[in-house]
Structure formats: C-alpha cells, structure tokens
Design a binder for this molecule. Structure first.
Ligand code: G3P
Length: 218
C-alpha cells in the first residue's frame, strides 16, 4: 500500500519525506487555505515547492465547479510539474473533466467519492485514483472502510486499473483498516502515519537494550 500525506504543510511533508516511506501528497482547497496561501501565483509556487520535496504524485485540486473552469485550471496545474495529478470532484462536470485529462495522459484523482457507483463512473472515465472519504462517512454513522472494500472488490472483479486512494483518514486505525480492505493508497495526516510506530513494548524494549548496552561499555 502506498502512503500519501494529506496536507499542504511543507514542514510536515518534509518530515514524512525524511522518514523515507512517502509515496506522494494530496491537498485540497481547505488544506491550502489553512496554510495561508493566497492568489494564483502563490498557489502555483506552493505546488512547485511540494513537488521538489517529494518524489511521487502530488494531487492539486481544481477550484471551479464548471467543466470549462476545471479544464482551464487543470491544464495550468498540470503544466507546473510532471508529478502533478489533477484532483477533480465526482460531479457530472468533474467526471467529464476526468475523461478529458485521462485521454490526454494527465493523471487524475477523482475526489469526494461516497458511493461505489461514483467510484465506478470515475474508473470508467479513466481516473488514475478514486478517493472514497472514509472519515466523513464515519462522521454520519456510515461505514467508510466498508466502502473502500466494496470499491476494491468491484475494481478487482472488472479489472479496472484505477487505484483506490482511501482519503479523509483521521487516525492510525483507519490506515490499518484500509490496508486490510485492500486500498492501493492511503492519504493520511502525519500524526496518523507516526501513530503506526507506537507500541509500549517497542519503547520498553529500546529502554532495556539501551540500559544493557551501557553495561557493555568498556
Ligand atoms: O483527502 C481528503 C481529506 O483531506 C478530507 O479529510 O478530514 O476533511 O474529511 P477530512
């Protein structure tokens, strides 16, 4: 399973990259706004900085809701760097735009997916990634991980190449559950990734080994 980090924060992206396990980055307008980025030039410069930090795909989301705006913005974003993946909402216009970019060989991430039917349309349009939102489904007493599993099963059954990118991951257990469900990618907050390391027996074991290593000092 690939690990993407779900943030526009350069410090966190650098920290995850330094860990050596990062495969890419996803952003969205909320995450970009949180970093205080304003204006077209600043947005583009920020994406370029992210691409310089990581080796893998960097999802940049279009802001427009109309097809023509999505195409214009997507073209501009795609021209920034070969690692840029155009993130488009799973709406009628968004699916048309996914088809447009996939035919041009530009990578796409179809986002805001909440049903297997939406995922199917994204796959048929040729999306590189489809992003079911796990946490937001859990928020409304629906089962986000079950949706990931359902999409994985349908894609495997029909042989769709679209990768299932579990998004809206809120905590470490979500990562583990999405891995077990067969997600190709999980995009996660840094805290959830680092949480995978936590185990009291690991901490205790290190403590004991450090103490015993001291006994061997000459
Ligand atoms: O990848 C999408 C993600 O950023 C949404 O997360 O926590 O706002 O539901 P959240």
């Amino acid at each position: 399973m690939k690990f993407f980090i779900d943030t526009a924060n350069l410090g966190q992206i650098k920290e995850a990259q330094a860990l050596g396990v990062l495969d890419g980055v996803t952003t969205n307008p909320s995450l970009m706004a949180k970093e205080g980025i304003k204006g077209d030039a600043a947005i583009k410069a920020h994406y370029q900085q992210i691409c310089e930090i990581v080796d893998g795909d960097v999802s940049a989301e279009v802001f427009g809701t109309e097809y023509d705006d999505m195409i214009r913005q997507g073209e501009e974003l795609a021209a920034l760097h070969p690692q840029i993946t155009i993130k488009l909402p799973c709406t009628k216009d968004g699916i048309r735009a996914v088809k447009y970019f996939s035919e041009k060989g530009v990578k796409t991430n179809c986002t805001l997916v909440f049903t297997v039917g939406q995922a199917l349309l994204a796959a048929k349009a040729g999306a590189t990634y489809v992003s079911p939102f796990v946490g937001r489904l859990d928020d409304i007493s629906s089962d986000g991980v079950a949706l990931v599993k359902e999409i994985v099963d349908v894609f495997n059954y029909y042989g769709y190449q679209t990768q299932v990118l579990a998004a809206s991951i809120r905590h470490t257990q979500h990562i583990i559950d999405c891995m077990k469900a067969g997600a190709d990618v999980a995009t996660c907050p840094l805290k959830a990734i680092l949480g995978l390391l936590n185990h009291p027996l690991t901490d205790k074991g290190v403590e004991i080994f450090v103490a015993d290593a001291k006994k061997m000092e000459g």
